[in-house]
Write a protein that binds this ligand. Structure first.
Ligand code: ADP
Ligand code: MG
Length: 409
């Protein structure tokens, strides 16, 4: 029986390219925070969510699979990228099994939840595995600026799509696995419709502080101020995914603490980290300022590169142990979380003094709409044609010899 199933499965796998071509022709359908909340509200309909996901997940997976094919051949052929690729194909095929099944059969719905859980676990290590592939490729073949730019462009889109796929899966499995969360009445899946922003920031500070004290035997204090311009007497609350917010501020705190400590080794006191949170009609803004000497402004793009870190590399097994720094993924992934719901994350360094990191999020759940990559001609052009010459002059390293222009006397 197992043998027959394996043969059937292998035969289905052979059809994978056909399915990928079909589903990649659809653009992903971004959901708003409000739509996510509606899926989980009292009139939540598991059948609707099932019907939406069995179409939408193959679309998002296939869009990503198409884009993997545009990476340099030698990168695709690394064992790590092959492994990630096989996970995507397997998950796509797992979901396609449900295309002809009835949403009215409770057994089908329960099986679907199990399948999503299996997929989520299968994809747990996509980021470190992909990172290994990139490092392997870079060490073996080096990386010219065009390739680096393409890999950066690819990873930003690939990881963004991954964040979105996990979000969809998480919402469905959390809402429809039969258990509710009585301790958190405002939670709908992993979204908190009254996410207390300052609380999450304090939690993230405490976690970063614990790590920092293990590494450096000390940590800077936190000075937090908040302004709720909408309602001065109320705490700042928005509909958001607390784990995403935690991820972003935790990474920013770790960076700010490291910079502060490494630049005040000789002084007896550490300047504190200042945080300002403001809620307006449209934006929720968080600014985290440190006095860790900053970095040259020229380097900002590099700091967001997936191939850059100034900290010593932790070993691969450390991924699960949350290192203080070292993989260089803190800033780029945090920026993706911010952008996922139409926000952003930026760094404003003042070299010689310190850095301010700013997170902008949408205050209204109707404005928080998923930002998703789509595989289309524009994306294709990006990979094919970014070798073109710059349309701004590149200053020459040698000063121009003006003698040639001297008017003949
Ligand atoms: P990692 O912390 O693993 O190196 P990040 O993406 O978090 O990766 O940061 C990349 C690099 O940016 C850091 O190694 C550090 O050199 C620099 N950096 C980030 N935040 C700050 C900051 N607040 N002050 C000074 N340098 C910073
Ligand atoms: Mg970091």
């Amino acid at each position: 029986m197992k043998f027959v199933r394996t043969i059937m499965r292998n035969a289905a796998m052979l059809n994978a390219p056909k399915h990928i071509d079909y589903y990649a022709k659809f653009s992903p359908s971004p959901l708003s925070m409000k739509q996510f909340l509606d899926f989980g509200s009292t009139n939540a309909c598991e059948k609707t969510s099932f019907a939406f996901l069995r179409q939408e997940l193959p679309v998002r997976l296939s869009n990503s699979l198409k884009e993997i094919n545009l990476l340099p051949d030698k990168l695709i052929m690394t064992q790590s990228v092959q492994l990630v690729h096989s996970w995507f194909i397997q998950s796509l095929m797992d979901i396609l099994e449900f295309q002809d099944k009835s949403p009215n059969d409770p057994k089908v719905l329960a099986e679907f939840v199990d399948t999503l859980v299996t997929i989520s676990i299968r994809h747990n290590d996509v980021v470190p595995t992909m990172a290994e592939g990139v490092i392997e490729y870079r060490d073996a073949f080096g990386a010219d600026p065009v390739t680096c730019q393409n890999i950066q462009y690819f990873l930003d889109r690939f990881y963004m799509s991954r964040i979105s796929i996990r979000m969809l899966i998480n919402q469905h499995t959390l809402i429809f696995d039969g258990s509710t969360n009585p301790g958190h009445p405002s939670s709908i899946g992993c979204i908190d419709s009254c996410c207390d922003v300052t609380n999450v920031i304090r939690d993230a500070y405490e976690s970063a502080k614990m790590l920092c004290e293990q590494y450096y035997l000390g940590s800077p204090e936190l000075e937090l101020r908040e302004i709720n311009a909408k309602n001065k007497s109320r705490p700042i609350e928005i509909s958001y995914v607390p784990s995403h917010l935690f991820h972003m501020v935790f990474e920013l705190f770790k960076n700010a603490m490291r910079a502060t400590i490494e630049n005040h080794e000789t002084s007896s006191t550490l300047p504190s980290i200042k945080v300002m949170v403001a809620l307006g009609g449209e934006d929720l803004s968080i600014k985290i300022s440190d006095r860790g000497s900053g970095v040259p402004f020229r380097k900002i793009d590099t700091l967001f590169s997936y191939m850059y870190s100034t900290a010593p590399k932790p070993t691969i097994g450390d991924y699960r142990r949350t290192p203080m720094a070292g993989f260089g993924y803190g800033l780029p992934i945090s920026r993706l979380y911010a952008r996922y719901f139409q926000g952003d994350l930026q760094l404003y360094p003042m070299e010689g003094y310190g850095t301010a990191a700013a997170i902008q999020l949408k205050a209204l759940s109707t404005d928080s709409v998923e930002k998703l990559p789509v595989f289309n001609q524009t994306a294709l052009r990006h990979y094919k044609f970014n070798q073109e010459a710059d349309d701004w002059c590149v200053p020459s390293k040698e000063p121009l010899n003006l003698a040639a222009y001297k008017a003949a006397k």
